[in-house]
Write a protein that binds this ligand. Structure first.
Ligand SMILES: Cc1cc2nc3c(=O)[nH]c(=O)nc-3n(C[C@H](O)[C@H](O)[C@H](O)COP(=O)(O)OP(=O)(O)OC[C@H]3O[C@@H](n4cnc5c(N)ncnc54)[C@H](O)[C@@H]3O)c2cc1C
Length: 434
């Protein structure tokens, strides 16, 4: 039986950072990844004739763990195109069109009111359970909107912006998510918008994760599904789908909360992990890439939260070998079951409802919600989950550690959180094992 100091399960951002830190401290580490690639929920794949981000895309310098890695690996960022036109669905469900400035004026009051109490509710971003959030965590974002008394047009527009952010119907997402994102951006909702959807990494996420992986001492073994983790008197036995057993002093799971039941743990997982896995976290949406005819104006569009697609943006413009102009669009929807990726007519109808005048010719996506290795998109909590479970989710259980963007403090659910969690758990293990 192979014997190492630490087995790290998963080679997404959390796993790569954990393995790098442990390996560089002199511990012997092996990283086991079920997929045939590294990156996890970041995945630069060739679709529609282009390298597209099927998972995470945007980063920002107010994300401190991301930015440290950007500096370390000499990564550059580029701005996503600014919109010239804005479209949104009015309260009666019909499309509206205006300028970026007109849309921002429509949502300005509502965006501020949703998070107006952030300074008392969550005064310090890196301590998201400290403050009045303890008394507010039972509220959903929908509850907050219901209490605001916005006029119907402003309310529809504001809700559509938030449903795009949190990737789920608003009555299922804790107000905590809105407060966390804004607490992480110093209380400024405009900066939160910029941080979560504006700048991307030059050379894509694959270029970024390849650089980190090149710095990981020890083997990163792909196509290796961990099936069982058993704690013994000597440490931990990690079993793979190939029947292999690896003995380790510690193991780090980087699986998302929703997917962790894919591994059999002995003894059982701590109660908070079992509870959240059974409940699932709130995020449940989809991200799609679309090809449309012609060179469209740069625009963004928002639809009401009951629509299959709630956000659509013109991303870039091309001409194919036959001289046909086309535009690549990116879209997001709050419920992955509402859109059938094989049904182009259905996708066209979803687009027509809030951004008329576009002809869609192709659609591509990865359904992260049915992918057994993720079963989630970017984590947002259900009401109550943050304050009830976050502290316990961060605690090691004997020789088993948990590093995932799902259990980060500052940017939980983001790449930054994945890196934070990897730094936290590697430090704990280095302290314990020396
Ligand atoms: C569509 C989409 C858009 C997003 N957009 C953004 C964005 O713009 N900005 C941002 O910051 N974040 C975004 N996110 C969130 C971001 O991708 C994640 O928070 C982050 O990548 C999670 O990293 P992680 O290492 O914690 O988890 P993961 O990346 O999920 O890594 C876990 C790894 O474990 C592996 N694994 C699972 N089970 C097993 C097993 N049994 N054995 C071995 N390996 C296993 C998985 O294959 C995976 O590689 C987005 C996510 C999605 C899905």
């Amino acid at each position: 039986m192979q014997s190492v100091d630490v087995v790290v399960v998963g080679a997404g951002f959390a796993g790569l950072i954990t393995s790098r830190e442990l390996g560089r401290s002199g511990l012997e580490v092996v990283t086991l990844e079920a997929r045939d690639r590294i990156g996890g929920r970041t995945w630069t794949d060739h679709r529609l004739g282009h390298d597209l981000e099927m998972g995470a895309n945007w980063i920002h310098w107010v994300q401190p763990h991301v930015w440290a890695e950007m500096s370390r690996y000499d990564r550059e960022m580029v701005r996503s195109p600014a919109a010239e036109e804005a479209y949104w669905q009015g309260a009666d469900g019909t499309p509206r069109k205006g300028t970026l400035g007109e849309f921002m004026a429509l949502i300005d009051d509502g965006q501020q009111l949703v998070i107006d109490d952030v300074r008392t509710a969550m005064p310090r971003g890196p301590e998201p359970t400290v403050g009045e959030i303890q008394d507010l965590d039972h509220l959903s974002i929908q509850d907050r909107f219901d209490a605001l008394g916005l006029d119907p047009e402003a309310r529809a527009a504001n809700e559509s912006v938030w449903v795009g952010h949190v990737n789920a119907p608003l009555d299922q997402v804790g107000l905590s998510s809105a407060l966390r994102w804004v607490a992480a951006t110093g209380g400024h909702w405009q900066l939160m918008h910029e941080a979560s959807s504006t700048y991307r990494v030059v050379d894509g996420m694959r270029g970024f994760t390849d650089r980190i992986a090149a710095d990981v001492p020890g083997e990163i073994r792909l196509n290796t599904v961990v099936t069982a983790i058993t704690q013994t008197a000597d440490g931990v036995v990690v079993e793979t789908d190939g029947g292999e057993q690896i003995l380790a002093r510690r193991v780090v799971s980087t699986l998302p909360v929703n997917a962790i039941a894919g591994i059999r743990f002995t003894p059982d997982l701590p109660a908070a992990w079992q509870r959240q896995n059974a409940e699932t976290v709130a995020s449940q949406g989809t991200k799609v890439w679309l090809r449309a005819e012609g060179h469209l104006p740069r625009f963004f569009a928002y639809a009401n939260q009951d629509a299959p697609l709630s956000v659509l943006k013109a991303d870039f413009f091309c001409t194919d070998a036959d001289g046909n102009d086309y535009t690549i669009l990116v879209g997001f929807g709050p419920d992955h079951t509402r859109i059938d990726l094989d049904d182009l007519a259905g996708a066209q109808a979803a687009v027509d409802a809030f951004r008329p005048g576009i002809t869609i010719t192709q659609i591509e996506a990865h359904d992260w919600m049915t992918d057994p290795l993720s079963l989630t998109t970017w984590m947002t909590h259900r009401p109550g989950q943050l304050t009830r479970d976050l502290a316990e989710l961060q605690e090691p259980h004997g020789a088993v550690h948990f590093a995932t963007s799902d259990n980060a403090n500052l940017w939980g659910g983001f790449i930054d959180g994945a890196i934070e969690s990897g730094l936290r758990e590697s430090r704990r293990i280095i302290d314990a094992l020396g």
